[in-house]
Design a protein around this ligand. Structure first.
Ligand SMILES: Nc1nc2c(ncn2[C@@H]2O[C@H](COP(=O)(O)OP(=O)(O)OP(=O)(O)O)[C@@H](O)[C@H]2O)c(=O)[nH]1
Ligand SMILES: [Mg+2]
Length: 456
């Protein structure tokens, strides 16, 4: 039998491992509250709403396992919108699994089962405590890899992203209602679509969407991060650059060409944006089997990267194998920015009269400019404050909505067909609804929540 959204559920909410406190959480229908309190703590126990009680917790044989802080949140004033019991015990992973096992045993007759990943949040969503974009922000907050990502996820969680979506959806819906109202008066049809009121409002919707889309795109970069492959001839200083940006000795650096054989990745935070820097084997013609394999990996990295950073030697000491490099750089996927940077500026006697950035990985010269350049090509150069977190799924919905708005614009400027116009607006609204989870299918919901951690 498959699990139901109505079953009482339990999970350990805290991360496994040693910790001061470990928390178990149960969620169930309000009608079962007294039964659960009795089953877990005994018939004499009465719990006040949202009040911290210190209670002994016994195993099935009546042995005390721990004294725990117990909180009872009656429905609907809880995370899930159901009634919730929270048991805060000492954070030992063994103790936590014992408590979990005993709770499952004691709650067996009440139908208690282990929660699936994300099931608490799924219930919060199903019970209207939050919309889907907010629910997704919960796990984005937990998974955030930088301070900016935390802030952005927090903003989405508090509903800022959803509010923006709702606002533009409202504009679309009003406009649709306005046009649909005229369908009842066919003699006025022709004027309505091309009227300045409609074109202006539609243009306003498009402008709002452009803005939301660009901010959502930035937000999704905070979530997913950016992968930068550092490539170039041997000895140009790729590994030195990785170390300089990582501010630690991640990769081996020597003056022997062909030092790096394998790809070495390291996450760095560039002004709050998570960036995965990938150092690669220097590219040249070689008979060395190991080095060749390394260079094959370099090619694979070039194909995978969001940005390719092509490092050159500014000192003239490394003669680039231009032919090999040209071939290699033709591997760069279409639309992926290629940044050419010269290294060893400190050894460079002539002034840099190209537009290429000239840095020194070893001396730390102009690394800030390099960071700005990297952030610039992904549209993150300006401040990342005030962003909200978004996912690829949201971007797809926004792009779809945008398509429908564009078609509506074409219709309004060329054909007097209010039905078609209204239909495009309806489809745009549907795309917004998918972001918020109003029109999302059960399968997609399952997929989204299955990516959560257990206990959330
Ligand atoms: N003077 C100077 N030397 C540098 C600079 N950056 C790197 N080097 C030196 O250049 C040599 C090669 O540096 P690596 O970082 O190992 O070069 P690489 O591109 O990773 O080389 P492979 O792994 O062989 O492909 C080392 O001796 C570094 O100390 C720089 O900015 N200035
Ligand atoms: Mg190297």
């Amino acid at each position: 039998m498959s699990n139901s959204d109505k079953d009482p559920i339990i999970a350990i909410a805290t991360a496994s491992g040693r910790g001061g406190i470990g928390i178990l959480r149960l969620s169930f229908k309000k009608a079962l509250a007294l039964n659960f309190i009795e089953a877990l703590f005994g018939s004499h126990v009465v719990l006040k709403d949202r009040y911290a009680h210190l209670l002994p917790f016994y195993d099935l044989e009546g042995q005390i396992l721990d004294r725990a802080i117990v909180l009872y949140f009656p429905a609907p004033h809880s995370y899930t919108g159901e009634s919730v019991l929270e048991i805060q015990a000492h954070g030992s992973s063994v103790l936590m699994s014992m408590l979990l096992r005993v709770c499952l045993e004691k709650g067996r007759t009440l139908g208690l089962r282990m929660a699936e990943p994300g099931e608490f949040t799924k219930r919060a969503f199903l019970n209207g405590q939050m919309d889907l974009a907010q629910a997704e922000a919960v796990t984005d907050l937990i998974d955030a890899v930088s301070e900016s990502a935390v802030q952005a996820a927090g903003r989405s969680l508090s509903g800022e992203f959803s509010k923006r979506i709702k606002k533009v959806d409202e504009e679309v819906t009003e406009l649709r209602a306005f046009v649909e109202a005229t369908l009842d008066f066919p003699e006025e049809e022709i004027d309505v679509l091309s009227s300045t009121a409609v074109t202006k409002r539609l243009e306003g919707v498009r402008a709002s969407l452009v803005k939301i889309l660009s901010q959502a795109q930035q937000g999704s970069i905070l979530r997913e991060g950016v992968t930068v492959a550092i490539v170039g001839s041997p000895n140009v200083g790729k590994s030195s650059l990785l170390n300089a940006l990582a501010e630690e000795e991640v990769a081996i650096v020597t003056d022997i060409p062909g030092t790096t054989r394998d790809r070495i990745e390291h996450w760095v935070s560039l002004k709050g944006v998570p960036v995965k820097m990938v150092d690669t084997a220097g590219i040249r013609d070689t008979a060395d089997v190991v080095e060749s394999k390394g260079i094959e990996r370099t090619l694979a990295e070039i194909r995978k990267a969001d940005i390719v950073l092509h490092l050159l030697d500014a000192s003239g000491q490394v003669s680039d194998d231009a032919e090999v490099l040209r071939k290699v750089l033709s591997e760069v996927r279409q639309g992926v920015p290629l940044i050419t940077v010269k290294n060893k500026a400190d050894l460079c006697l002539e002034p840099n009269n190209t537009t290429d950035l000239c840095i020194s990985a070893k001396q730390g010269i102009d690394l800030e400019a390099l960071k700005d350049k990297v952030l610039g090509v992904v549209g993150m150069a300006t401040t990342v404050d005030g962003l909200f977190m978004a996912r690829e799924r949201h971007l797809e919905c926004l792009r779809e909505a945008m398509e429908h708005i564009k078609i509506a614009q074409e219709i309004s400027s060329s054909m007097p067909m209010p039905e078609l116009f209204a239909e495009e607006l309806r489809l745009a609204s549907k795309a917004f609804g998918e972001i918020l989870g109003e029109t999302t299918t059960e399968d997609l919901l399952g997929l989204i929540f299955s990516k959560f951690c257990i206990g959330k």
